[in-house]
Design a protein around this ligand. Structure first.
Ligand code: CO
Ligand code: CO
Ligand code: CO
Length: 329
């Protein structure tokens, strides 16, 4: 990345050389990890964004599910959270804010964590999210460096939330018509995280703003391997391919595509809609899990027994010319 990018700016900041930092700025991952003692490491993350749906309670729920996800992606258990709020108190009813906060609190409760406080800033456009602190055993932290050649890749939620949200904003779909996407965005990655710990997974990340391919690239680079994905195995939200085919693709998908240019190859045939969905930024997406082939069926069965979804969508390979290889049909 060049000097004009966020990474370029971060590179110029002082490096915190501290043995307790297990995952920090020099090793970008879903969350930072700080070891407290031999048994416990803190996992810390923050995420907030502008409304993705009109219903303020639902927005609060989705933002909280999304914010908790980075702790789950590291194999942790969330303990505490702080609300982060931007809100135009002069032009929006305070009841809207109350609904956003109530939705967020409901999800934090569902996760078994607590909200300790928060901070609100006056802003023209509402924004909401949480700073979340969790814990895990220091030797059981799951990072994007943990994928190994030969592992299979499991994805726990279908793709397409960015395209579906764009279709609702474009008034092509109504919020009532996108219940599978809403249910997916409201599903905590908690069970998936517990399953990863039960099966000794070491490599995973959650799929959010960089899309499946952007987050797969982070994993491939951190693990020094090539990731191979199989287009006919990738799950899509109902209507996502149709909406992408109509061009209802968010700007973020094109930014992701631009970023991945030269780092991936497409083999065989893929539709433009499918390609767009591979770059589609996800809100509260699922986990991408790398697991040894011998254990993958056990993990998938474990998830399905708990009512979760899981698809084997590719594998981890020795490093090749490109960090990612997508096989079409
Ligand atoms: Co993440
Ligand atoms: Co995040
Ligand atoms: Co304050």
């Amino acid at each position: 990345m060049g000097p004009g990018t966020l990474e370029g700016i971060l590179e110029k900041l002082p490096v915190f050389d501290c043995p307790q930092v297990l995952v920090g700025l020099n090793q970008p991952d879903d969350a930072g990890v700080y070891q407290l003692n031999a048994e416990t490491a803190l996992i810390q993350t923050v995420d907030f964004f502008t409304p993705v749906v009109d219903n303020p309670y639902l927005f609060g729920q989705i933002a909280a599910t999304n914010a908790l996800s980075d702790v789950y992606a590291m194999g942790g258990q969330p303990l505490t959270a702080l609300n982060i709020v931007c809100f135009p108190t002069d032009c929006l009813d305070l009841e809207v804010l109350a609904q956003i906060l109530a939705g967020g609190a409901e999800i934090v409760q569902r996760a078994g964590a607590v909200i300790l406080g928060g901070h609100t800033v006056e802003d023209a456009e509402p924004k909401y999210g949480l700073a979340v602190t969790g814990i895990a055993h220091p030797e059981r932290i799951i990072t994007n460096q943990g994928a190994r050649p030969g592992d299979l890749l499991v994805l726990t939620k279908p793709l397409g939330t960015g395209v579906i949200i764009t279709a609702v904003k474009g008034e092509v779909l109504t919020e009532a018509e996108i219940s599978p996407a809403l249910a997916s965005m409201l599903t905590l990655n908690q069970s998936a995280s517990e399953a990863m710990q039960a099966w000794g997974v070491r490599g995973a990340t959650d799929i959010t703003g960089f899309g499946l391919l952007g987050h797969a690239l982070e994993m491939a680079q951190a693990s020094r391997c090539t990731i191979e994905l199989w287009i006919d195995k990738i799950p899509w939200l109902p209507g996502a391919r149709e909406m992408a085919g109509m061009g209802l693709v968010p700007a973020g998908a094109y930014a992701n595509q631009h970023y991945l240019n030269g780092k991936l190859e497409f083999l065989g045939s893929l539709s433009e809609a499918e390609k767009d969905l591979l770059f589609d930024p996800q809100t509260s997406g699922g986990l991408l899990i790398a697991i040894a082939e011998a254990k993958v069926e056990g993990l998938v069965d474990h998830l399905k027994l708990r009512g979760e979804t899981a698809w084997i969508i590719g594998r981890v390979c020795q490093p090749g010319d490109y960090s990612i290889r997508v096989h079409g049909v």
